[in-house]
Every structure is written in structure tokens, then in C-alpha cells.
Design a protein around this ligand. Structure first.
Ligand code: HEC
Ligand code: HEC
Ligand code: HEC
Length: 480
């Protein structure tokens, strides 16, 4: 992957163009913009941009107009509120600063106020903003606004969203500080090049060979749900490497976002979420947890503000679609063992027996595990259902990229609080008491025990994450 990234610019037709360097800058900028949107807040704990917004839906009570209610639902699917609400601010009034190394991009007010918001937008203006990234006055939006995904939205859904944003949202007259990036990033016209490379503004096209459920899932994942904005790796120019399953292996193959690793949502050579039971994926998106695992990092906000509000049918459609992506051909050699099979076998592994007997000599990391982790995750690594995730067979523990693991251990984390599962059960931070070498050892131990098979973690990797994530210096329960 590294090599592909390094080579990417050479393959681009605009390489010779005079503005190429600027375009590269713009692309990186957009990647950063997205990647850092919760910057300045302590990881998962920080997630909800506006606590309470999820429940309120950001609107004056339910409307009698079914079109407005349909739009309210779609706005939750798209999670418009998370980006367009400042911490503690009015829903959709904008003002969330998204820090980038090039300056700060501030989200705009999308309430129907005629001066500060989008009250004067026609439906056509609104459609153009969502599908082409162009505001009503003609200026180009930065792709921190996920219009390349929203472009998949059908006319009918755009109409419902428009109705909601005009009639279902309280107008707010405050104008957020305008985004003012330094030159050359201030030249919004550069986005024309970027859009030429990355924007396909055609709405989702139904695939006749697939079921209605599959198509619904594909529509939600690729479009309003914009799952790939976090879960698909980006090219050097900041565009996602694949926008749908037909674009090949990079689609939903896992990517770093906001200093966390967004897990692969497709079949790979490791145990992954797509091997869970379909119902487990639905439950995870509804409650942020399953018997074996729990959401953390930026996924906490996605569950709290967006997926927990989706219907069971839509979540099942999403699961069915995801489980088809990259699926091995029938009869192909067996893929990786499933997470549940690994967990079921974990209790009888030699590691589990040794830990139970307190034998930690000569096994690096096992002493650190016994002293710090086994009380919750148990000597067998199977955890406790819906409370403490299983480490055996866990897709996060087996992930190629250990960034999330390191960050969790250094800084701790809390599960999402949802209507169905309100308890935000937390894992404590260990960064204040474990050295880089300790963390590397205990994670390496977890990654090769109880049937897990993943590469060791090095102290240098831990040190690098510690630098960027700023683990708490003292014991704190993860702030929420
Ligand atoms: C991942 C973050 C994110 C999400 C999700 C998001 N937006 Fe945005 N949006 C932004 C940012 C950032 C801007 C400002 C971009 C700029 O100034 O170039 C923006 C700008 C806009 C604008 C242009 C307003 C103007 O006149 O300046 C509209 C309209 C808009 N968003 C609507 C929506 C709607 C509707 C949704 C949900 C369907 C949504 N956005 C979801 C980040 C987001
Ligand atoms: C803002 C970024 C972001 C968006 C948008 C996002 N995710 Fe995630 N997601 C993450 C991160 C980071 C993780 C890793 C944390 C974890 O596993 O809990 C994750 C984890 C997951 C997992 C668990 C994977 C595993 O192996 O444990 C599932 C399932 C998932 N996401 C589904 C989705 C779906 C479906 C969508 C779109 C509706 C979506 N995500 C949108 C960031 C995001
Ligand atoms: C007090 C109980 C507790 C202790 C002690 C504890 N954890 Fe956790 N752990 C949790 C909880 C709760 C979560 C879920 C957090 C979330 O989703 O935000 C978790 C999540 C995890 C995860 C992510 C699994 C997933 O599917 O989400 C890993 C990996 C992990 N812990 C490893 C460790 C390691 C290694 C140690 C010892 C250094 C440790 N934990 C100590 C409670 C604990």
C-alpha cells in the first residue's frame, strides 16, 4: 500500500499541469480536514459534537408533514448534525472547527435562517451543494463536506432532506466564523481539479442482478451513510481510493481517521466484522456493542448520532451488503477463522491455562496482562458478554494496523450511550502507568494468544501514538 501511495501522483494525468502542487496540497488538506475533525477532544470520549442533539434530532418536534419526517430520518442517516453543530451550540447552526495543518475549516450554518443559514437555498441549490459541492452563491466547498458520497442520493431523498432543512429545523441567526485558510488553500476554485479527479455526481444506479435489500444497503453505505469516508483508504490527493465494490479491493479496506484505525468492513485475510452474524452487525450499529466487541473512537459518535436511529430493516440491508463485499467465491479455500469460532476455542488454549495458573515466567507481556487486563478481559481473553469485549478472535486485536489498540490502552475509552444500551461502560487509561515497552509487550501478547495471529507491536509504534494522542498523564476515567 505504501508503494501505491508513493506512486499515485505519477499516474495522474494532471501531473504536468502547473497547478499540480497546489492540487496536491488541496487533497492533503481535505484528507486532514476529515481526519482531524474531532481534534482537540479526547478521542471517543469527545465524540458527540452536541450531546443531546441525537435525541432531539435538532428540530422543533415532529412534523405533520411526512416528507419532513422522512427528511429528518435521512439527515440522521447522513449524520449532518455531527459536523454542522459546534460543541454546546444549536443543532445545525455550524461552527464546528475542523483543525488541519493548513488552517481551520469551520462548518457552516445549515438552518433555514435567510441570512446566516440556507433559508434562501432553492431545492436545486441544495441538490447542487450535496451532489457537486457547490454552494448557492457558486463557491466550491472543501471536501470536508462529504459531497462525493452524498452525490449518490436520489432526487426523492434530496427533496425530503430539503423539506426537513427548510421546515423541520429551527432557524438560527448566528453566523459561524468564516473559514479563512492561508494562500494557496484559500483558492476554492482549485476544487474544480479535485472534483474532476474524484467526483462522480451520478445518483446510485440499482443493480438488477442483486436483491432489493442488497441495493438498499449499497445505497446507504456508499451514499448518505458515507461509511467509506472513514473506512476506505485515501489516495495522496485525499480522495477515497474506491467508492464502491466494483472499484476493487481498497473499498472499505480500513483506514486511519482522527488518529484511530477504522476497521475493514469487507472480507480480508483476517477475522473481521463481516464474518459476524448479520444480526450482530445490526446490534452493533444499534447499540454500539455486541456480545464480543464494542465501538470506540470516532465510531462512537456515528452510533450515537446516526446508526442507532436507523430502522432495523435499513441496518439489516447495510449488513447484507457489507457481508457481500469481497466475499470469497463459493468453494474457494477457507478464509480466516471466524471471530466467534476463535472465541469459543479460547478457554482451552495453552495461554489461557497458563494465565489461570499464574504461570507468567518466560512469556513476555503475560505478567503485564495478568496485572492490568485480565480482571476485565479474563485469562481466557473471552471477556464478558456485552460488558468487556472479548480479545480472542477480536477484529480490532487482529487488525493489521495496531494504532487503535495502542490508543485504547494509553488513553482508555468509553462505549457509546444509546437508547437501547445507555451505559457507557469504560476502559481505563493505562498510559500513565505503563511504559512504551509494557504496552508493546502486552499488545503483542494479546495479538498472538488465544488463537489470535497478528504481528507484534513495537515500543517505537507505541511512542509514536503516545506523541500524537497525548495520553493523560494521570489516572482519569475517560471524560464524557
Ligand atoms: C463530515 C462532516 C460533514 C457532514 C457529515 C455534513 N457536512 Fe455539510 N459541510 C461540512 C463542512 C465542513 C462544510 C463547509 C465547507 C466549506 O466551507 O468549504 C459544509 C457545507 C455544507 C453546505 C454549504 C452551506 C453554505 O452555504 O456554505 C450545505 C448546504 C451542507 N453542508 C449541507 C449538509 C447536509 C444537508 C448534510 C447531511 C445530509 C451535511 N451537510 C453533512 C461538513 C459536513
Ligand atoms: C467518522 C468516521 C466513521 C464513519 C463515518 C463510519 N465509521 Fe465505522 N468505524 C470507525 C472507526 C474509527 C472504527 C474502529 C472502532 C471500532 O471498531 O469500534 C469503526 C468501526 C466500525 C465497525 C466495527 C468493526 C470491527 O471490526 O470491530 C463497524 C461494523 C462499522 N464501523 C460500521 C460502519 C458503517 C456501516 C458505517 C456507515 C453507516 C460507518 N461504520 C461509518 C469510523 C467510522
Ligand atoms: C476495568 C475493565 C477493563 C480493564 C482493566 C481493561 N479493559 Fe480493555 N476494555 C474494557 C471496556 C469496557 C472496553 C470497551 C471500550 C469501548 O468500547 O469504548 C475495552 C476495550 C478493549 C479493547 C477493544 C476491543 C473491542 O472490541 O472494542 C482492547 C483491545 C482492550 N480493551 C485491551 C485491553 C488491554 C490490553 C488491557 C490491559 C492493559 C485492558 N484492555 C484493560 C474494559 C477493560
Amino acid at each position: 500500500m505504501k508503494r501505491a501511495r508513493a506512486n499515485a501522483p505519477q499516474r495522474l494525468p494532471i501531473r504536468a499541469a502547473a497547478g499540480a502542487a497546489l492540487v496536491v496540497g488541496m487533497g492533503l488538506l481535505s484528507a486532514w480536514a476529515f481526519a482531524q475533525r474531532t481534534e482537540g477532544s479526547a478521542g471517543a470520549a469527545a465524540a458527540p459534537a452536541a450531546p443531546g442533539v441525537a435525541a432531539a434530532g435538532g428540530a422543533p418536534g415532529p412534523s405533520a408533514d411526512p416528507l419532513v419526517e422522512r427528511g429528518r430520518y435521512l439527515a440522521r442517516v447522513a449524520d449532518c448534525v455531527s459536523c454542522h453543530t459546534a460543541p454546546g451550540g444549536a443543532p445545525f447552526a455550524g461552527g464546528l472547527p475542523m483543525k488541519t495543518p493548513f488552517g481551520t475549516i469551520v462548518s457552516t450554518n445549515i438552518t433555514p435562517d435567510r441570512n446566516a443559514g440556507i433559508g434562501t437555498y432553492s431545492e436545486a441549490d441544495f441538490a447542487r451543494a450535496l451532489r457537486q459541492g457547490v454552494a448557492a452563491d457558486g463557491h466550491h466547498l472543501y471536501p470536508a463536506m462529504p459531497y462525493p458520497s452524498f452525490a449518490r442520493t436520489t432526487d426523492a431523498d434530496i427533496r425530503a432532506l430539503y423539506a426537513f432543512f427548510q421546515k423541520g429545523v429551527e432557524p438560527v441567526a448566528t453566523r459561524p466564523t468564516p473559514t479563512d485558510l492561508p494562500f494557496p488553500f484559500s483558492i476554492r476554485g482549485l476544487m474544480v481539479f479535485w472534483n474532476w479527479l474524484y467526483l462522480d455526481s451520478a445518483p446510485y444506479a440499482q443493480q438488477a442482478a442483486q436483491s432489493a435489500e442488497w441495493n438498499r444497503g449499497a445505497y446507504l453505505v456508499q451514499g448518505l451513510g458515507h461509511c467509506g469516508d472513514c473506512h476506505t483508504p485515501r489516495s495522496r490527493l485525499g480522495g477515497v481510493k474506491a467508492a464502491n465494490e466494483r472499484d476493487g479491493d481498497p473499498f472499505l479496506a480500513g483506514a486511519l481517521v482522527d488518529g484511530w484505525y477504522a476497521q475493514p468492513l469487507r472480507h480480508t485475510d483476517r477475522p473481521g466484522a463481516v464474518q459476524w452474524r448479520t444480526q450482530d452487525i445490526v446490534e452493533y450499529l444499534q447499540t454500539g456493542r455486541t456480545a464480543q466487541t464494542a465501538a470506540f473512537g470516532p465510531m462512537v459518535q456515528v452510533v450515537e448520532n446516526s446508526t442507532q436511529h436507523m430502522t432495523a430493516e435499513d441496518l439489516k440491508a447495510i449488513a447484507v451488503y457489507l457481508q457481500s463485499v469481497g466475499a470469497p467465491a463459493p468453494g474457494a479455500t477457507a478464509g480466516p477463522a471466524s471471530p466467534s469460532a476463535l472465541r469459543a476455542a479460547a478457554t482451552d488454549t495453552p495461554e489461557a491455562k497458563k494465565l489461570r495458573d499464574g504461570q507468567v515466567d518466560g512469556v513476555p507481556g503475560s505478567m503485564v496482562y495478568l496485572n492490568n487486563c485480565s480482571a476485565c478481559h479474563r485469562s481466557s481473553g473471552v471477556g464478558w458478554d456485552n460488558t468487556f469485549p472479548a480479545l480472542a478472535g477480536n477484529s480490532v486485536v487482529n487488525a493489521k494496523d495496531p494504532t487503535s489498540l495502542i490508543r485504547l490502552v494509553l488513553g482508555g475509552s468509553a462505549m457509546p450511550s444509546t437508547a437501547r444500551s445507555p451505559a457507557a461502560i469504560a476502559m481505563p487509561a493505562f498510559g500513565w502507568r505503563l511504559s512504551d515497552a509494557d504496552v508493546a509487550e502486552v499488545l503483542s501478547f494479546a495479538r498472538r494468544s488465544w488463537g489470535n495471529r497478528a504481528d507484534a507491536v513495537t515500543a517505537a509504534q507505541v511512542a509514536a501514538v503516545r506523541k500524537t494522542a497525548q495520553a493523560p498523564a494521570e489516572p482519569t476515567s475517560p471524560a464524557r
